[in-house]
Design a protein around this ligand. Structure first.
Ligand code: NAD
Length: 382
């Protein structure tokens, strides 16, 4: 499938470095409204540069547009691409509010076009391993999830020195204005949606801990802390926390009647997965003697990944395969089957993210309006 990129900033290099993983994807070129940035990217990657968005959208060879612009441009660029008859893979979030995200999903569905939203870590080896363990009832009935997305105290980091391979600076102003929850909550929420199905209700709280981020923002800082509890229709309850203030913590823990599944990283597609047994006796003993599990060899054991995570990963940025979502779209078209990253799934994840970051807009207790068809596991994880 031929695709073109719109927006060639910090993240676009990660797409370029993971593109060789997917022979089914062919890049026709890119457009960026910042001519200087565009020239640098073209010189570094030796790819065709379109002179305008219109020129790119009028290219009949382009099947899909990868919208890698800043979140403030997502709706406008994705809608223009859909109107031009292109499938769209959008970086997160799909739009800045639910009405716009819904409009994109509705339009794509009506036109029989694919619309998928990043991230695609649900298609990763760790996620698929956890999901398979859940399906096999490794931990019995899962009831409770704790998902952490604390990125560390980013405002204190040396982020002005973070530069991508082709020389794009990390867009810190945009990141602070858009907010860590819009930027990152989808990494866990996408996975949890696949594992546990649609959510019924989300109860959330968000706050700006640091109004002054020591950089001149063009608008108020977005919440830099958000916490939400989610009730899934399947009965599972999850608590997810996002911040750029607390110490770095990207753990996922799923507690079931018979055990616990966990992993320590959501941006690492091959992050090791652990399981440990929970029996009433063990829980009582561990409560009384916390070190007993370790001493008696009853602690967490590694669950072998469903396949080795041996892909080419994004350079200098964790261990992710940024192009895997688009490859899934291409494969679904070729195999004439539903795309795992459906517009409905993406919209549902986005609705959770919007409600989590902005309870003042969507209600501290928000009844979900969107839903989606169950996603199929990857063929290599069945
Ligand atoms: N920065 C990261 O580490 C990271 C990681 C994963 C995902 N993302 C996501 O990727 C997206 C882009 O982030 P980034 O860090 O690359 O931002 P960036 O600011 O570095 O790059 C965005 C680029 O899009 C261009 N652009 C914006 N609006 C445009 C429009 N209407 N038409 C054409 N070009 C336009 C800008 O000129 C800029 O070059 C965001 O949605 C972000 O959430 C970022």
């Amino acid at each position: 499938m031929k695709f073109a990129i719109v927006g060639c900033g910090y993240v676009a290099d990660f797409y370029m470095s993971t593109l060789p993983n997917h022979a089914q994807l062919e890049l026709t070129g890119f457009f960026d409204r910042n001519p200087e940035r565009a020239q640098r990217f073209a010189d570094f990657h030796h790819v065709r540069r379109y002179e305008s968005l219109e020129q790119l959208l009028q290219d009949p060879s382009v099947d899909l547009v990868a919208n890698l612009t800043n979140p403030k441009s997502h709706f406008e660029v994705s809608m223009a691409a859909l109107r031009a008859g292109k499938h769209v893979y959008s970086e997160k979030p799909l739009a800045l509010n639910l009405a716009d995200a819904q409009a994109l999903a509705d339009y794509a569905t009506a036109q029989k076009l694919l619309l998928a939203g990043a991230p695609c870590n649900v298609l990763g080896e760790s996620a698929q391993t956890i999901w398979k363990a859940l399906r096999k009832q490794t931990i019995g009935t899962p009831r409770l999830v704790y998902a952490e997305l604390d990125d560390g105290p980013v405002p204190y980091f040396n982020y002005k020195t973070w530069i991508s391979e082709s020389g794009a600076p990390w867009p810190y102003i945009d990141e602070f204005e858009v907010g860590c929850t819009f930027e990152h909550a989808g990494y866990w929420l996408g996975m949890l949606a696949a594992f546990f199905g649609p959510a019924k209700r989300i109860t959330s709280f968000s706050h700006v801990l640091m109004q002054d981020k020591q950089v001149p923002l063009t608008m108020a800082s977005a919440p830099d802390f958000a916490v939400a509890s989610i009730e899934y229709t399947s009965g599972v309850v999850a608590r997810i926390t996002c911040s750029i203030y607390a110490t770095h913590d990207h753990r996922l823990r799923i507690f079931g009647d018979g055990g616990t599944l966990s992993t320590d990283a959501c941006w690492h597609y091959g992050s090791p997965v652990y399981s440990s047994v929970r029996t009433p006796l063990k829980m009582r003993l561990e409560n009384r003697y916390p070190k007993l599990g370790r001493l008696a060899g009853l602690g967490p054991k590694k669950v072998p990944l469903v396949r080795p995570a041996s892909f080419r990963s994004s350079k200098g940025h964790n261990h992710m395969d940024f192009c895997r979502g688009m490859a899934e779209m291409a494969d679904s078209l070729k195999e004439n089957r539903p795309c795992r990253l459906s517009a409905a799934w993406s919209l549902h994840v986005n609705e959770l993210v919007f409600a989590m970051q902005h309870p003042e807009q969507y209600g501290a207790s928000h009844d979900m309006t969107s839903s989606f068809e169950v996603m199929a596991p990857m063929p290599w994880a069945k």
